[in-house]
Design a binder for this molecule. Structure first.
Ligand code: BES
Ligand code: MN
Ligand code: ZN
Length: 501
């Protein structure tokens, strides 16, 4: 799908779908919608009078033009109140426009639903959010049906603008990068476990590295053994699939000094291992590499946008399977950090592979670390599928991240990490145990992971509730959501602009 600019009177634009907007306080069509209204002999004024077009946010009214203007159809989208209009609304509206275009099989869309200039929003943020919403809405997973239905493609979106600046164009580039990174993460999550193996995940990472000239490193089992990565190795023991420690390095600065570390859980299928999960909905556990997928999606966008920041991406990847070789409850293992762990439940495997992921990220020079993981069912009880949970050992770092997430339009909420909770993961016979009981399950899981970050500023994002969705919205499909890709890219861009100190 291409997005370009167009400067032409609105009534002469040849397109399948012309998308225009209407604020809820307006009693008459304004601007371009007024021009169209005139050409249609007041048809739109009539619909407003009759209360069919109210301007309520995201309301849609489809009007056929029967040759009265060059556009085949007009979509009037409600913009809500002008004062409340913001970047998030632009993203939603672009998404609604694209979903409608798909429904009516429009190939060419022209739009300027709110004017490129709006007092609340910087103009390059308008084009950013528009491009982002459009590409997010256009996403569909290809699937594997033998009788493939052709999926309708919107080929071109023309944004109507009188003047085109480099800033406006950069906005489109950014929005496109954020969305295509997110869509890449969605593809990885939606790919079933028999295809999305650790080996395949590593191949996908190498593709990104090659596309953008990044360095990469894939550690195999023997190298993990040499480095003492007992956490990842223990989880991988029961699987026929070889584990991989996937590393990408993006150099945005001369010196490899300030380095942002992204560590993503790449558990390509979680059966629970010997502590086997119940059968119902176990298929959804193909999404247990959602953290790793978000990291790869972010690296794709970072490769496109080239911010002036160093980033190291680390993805410990394996399956968690029961077998005669599998690790067992009661086992004690030693991680790369030297810390020992008593395994009480083999289904609490994410924190074990992340322990080595975080230690390795530090070893590679990460000076701030964000880890992302579909880590606990408990986070679904706490925050549902709406909000990602964040925990940290450094409030300033989290404040930067929260701002970035807000800008990116992703919902994040902090949970506490008070020392009292650490009691729950102390073991009698090792440094830590891998379960902390029923109470505060997301927090004790985070603190377990944080024990390996030690003094390095660290944020943990539990995306078990948000990486997967069972409903469709304007910007998402059912399945993998690609959550947190945009927030990661946003904070990388922030540090690229303002530095990390
Ligand atoms: N991958 C799961 C967490 C999960 C649950 C992700 C639901 C997505 C949706 C994780 O490995 C897990 O099994 N966690 C256990 C930990 C427990 C055994 C301490 C859990 O949350 O039940
Ligand atoms: Mn598990
Ligand atoms: Zn898991």
């Amino acid at each position: 799908m291409k997005i370009e600019f167009l400067n032409q009177p609105v009534t002469s634009i040849q397109t399948d779908l012309l998308v225009l907007g209407h604020y809820s306080e307006n009693t008459k069509p304004q601007g371009k919608l007024a021009d169209v209204d005139q050409a249609l002999d007041g048809a739109i004024s009539d619909l407003i009078q009759q209360g069919e077009i109210t301007g309520k946010a995201k309301e849609t009214t489809l009007i056929h033009t029967f040759g009265k203007i060059s556009a085949k159809r007009i979509l009037v989208i409600g913009l809500g109140e002008k004062d409340a209009f913001d970047q998030d609304m632009v993203r939603e509206i672009a998404a609604v426009a694209v979903k409608t275009a798909i429904k009516v099989k429009a190939k060419k869309v022209a739009s300027c639903p709110f004017g490129i200039k709006h007092p609340n929003i910087h103009e390059h943020h308008v084009t950013h959010s528009f491009a982002e919403g459009a590409h997010l809405a256009h996403y569909r997973f290809d699937g594997y049906s033998s009788k493939k239905e052709e999926q309708h493609q919107v080929e071109l979106i023309q944004l109507i603008a009188e003047e085109v600046s480099d800033e406006l164009k950069y906005g489109i580039e950014c929005g496109t990068a954020y969305a295509l990174g997110t869509n890449l993460a969605r593809d990885l999550v939606n790919t079933p476990g028999n295809k999305m193996t650790p080996t395949h995940m590593a191949e996908k990472a190498i593709e990104i590295a090659r596309r953008y000239g990044m360095e990469y490193e894939i550690l195999e089992r023997d190298e993990m053994e040499r480095l003492g990565m007992g956490g990842l190795l223990a989880v991988a023991q029961g699987s026929e699939q070889p584990p991989k420690m996937i590393v990408l390095k993006y150099r945005g600065r001369e010196q490899w000094d300030d380095v942002l570390g992204f560590v993503g859980k790449g558990l390509t299928f979680d059966t629970g291992g010997i502590s086997l999960k119940p059968g119902a909905n176990m298929d959804e556990m193909k999404m247990d590499m959602g953290g790793g997928a978000a990291v790869l999606g972010a690296m794709e966008a970072i490769g496109r946008l080239r911010p002036k920041v160093n980033v190291v991406a680390v993805i410990p990847s394996t399956e968690n399977m029961p077998s005669g070789k599998a690790y067992k409850p009661g086992d004690v293992i030693k991680t790369m950090s030297g810390k020992t762990i008593e395994v009480l439940n083999t289904d609490a495997e994410g924190r074990l592979i992340l322990s080595d992921g975080i230690t390795y990220a530090k070893h590679l020079g990460a000076s701030r670390i964000i880890d992302l993981a579909t880590l606990t069912g408990a986070v679904l009880i706490a925050l549902g599928d709406v909000t990602t949970a964040a925990m940290t050992n450094n409030e300033e770092f989290l404040a930067d991240f929260m701002k970035s997430a807000k800008k990116a339009g992703e919902k994040v909420w902090q949970l506490p990490t008070f020392d009292e909770y650490k009691e729950q993961i102390k073991s009698q016979i090792a440094d830590l145990k891998n379960t902390g009981g029923r109470l505060a399950g997301s927090i004790t899981a985070a603190l377990f992971v944080g024990a390996f970050a030690e003094e390095t500023p660290w944020i943990h994002l539990d995306i078990a509730g948000t990486a997967w969705s069972n409903k469709e919205t304007a910007t998402t499909q059912k399945g993998g959501t690609g959550v947190m890709v945009r927030s990661l890219v946003q904070i990388a861009k922030h540090y690229g602009k303002y530095g990390m100190r």
